[in-house]
Design a protein. Sequence first.
Length: 305
Amino acid sequence: MSKATYKIEIKALLVYAEILPYHPYVFRSLGSYYKELYQHKEALTHLLKAEELGIRTVDNLKDIAHCYRRVDDFSKALEYYLASEQKQPLDVWEVQDVAYCYRQLSDFKKSMEYYQKAAELKPNDSWILDNIGWCYQKFDDYAMALEHHLKAYQLANKDSWTLRNIGFCHQKLLQYKEAIIYYDMSLQQEPNNAFTLRKIGWCYVVEGEFDKARKALHQAIDAEPENDMNCYAWMNLGHTYWQGAHLHLIRDCYQKSVLIYSPDDFINDMNTDYERIAKHTNVSLETYNQMRDEVVAWKKQQADS
């Protein structure tokens, strides 16, 4: 049925809503029509009125849940989906909706549970596999996450999000060359994605490819100049200038970094990074630490002044 037809029928139903204000099926019908028109707030108003007037069918519960999900009220969407699940099994799309709601509410254990239920209903769905992989990432199980993201990639899902996730899992598993391959493929689709640029920049730093690291990190900063994650981009950019000992550039980058960092986190990350930087440069630990301490002292002076 076309949207134009819906509009005609809604006009008639609105008349009935005035004549029969306590007739639940008038509100049920209006809610259904508004839902089909993607007017989810209007649909909710009428579907909830139908429920109030006595319609507590599975279809009404599911439609209410669907609309709450579309207006980003994830807690209420879950309430109605789970109520309907008590009466009748959910289909694969509804199971994914439940999983997504749990994900948005940061209940990753329940989100995983429902994405796995969805996978049982539709085992070769690349989007479901990708989301299972994402949940494994939240549990820091990057090997299992990588396995699911790669399955999704091999089946169909070759978008930038999947590629970025594969790269990220390889990075977390310290497989930097592999991470670079997938980050680069992701950037071919989204060349100015700041997250991907920061991550590939770090991988290039670890691999000692400082020219490529600088290009990616500058691009990341330019893409999102106000992003707090640039504390890492500026630090990593500073690391690259130890090759050639460009002290003024190192200092400038570290100062821009420490302005965003907390001093303790800056010190901890600098300490962690030294061995990786020293592997590809001639910087001594003494010189490196001296620069670190000077920059932290500089930030304190800025705060005091």
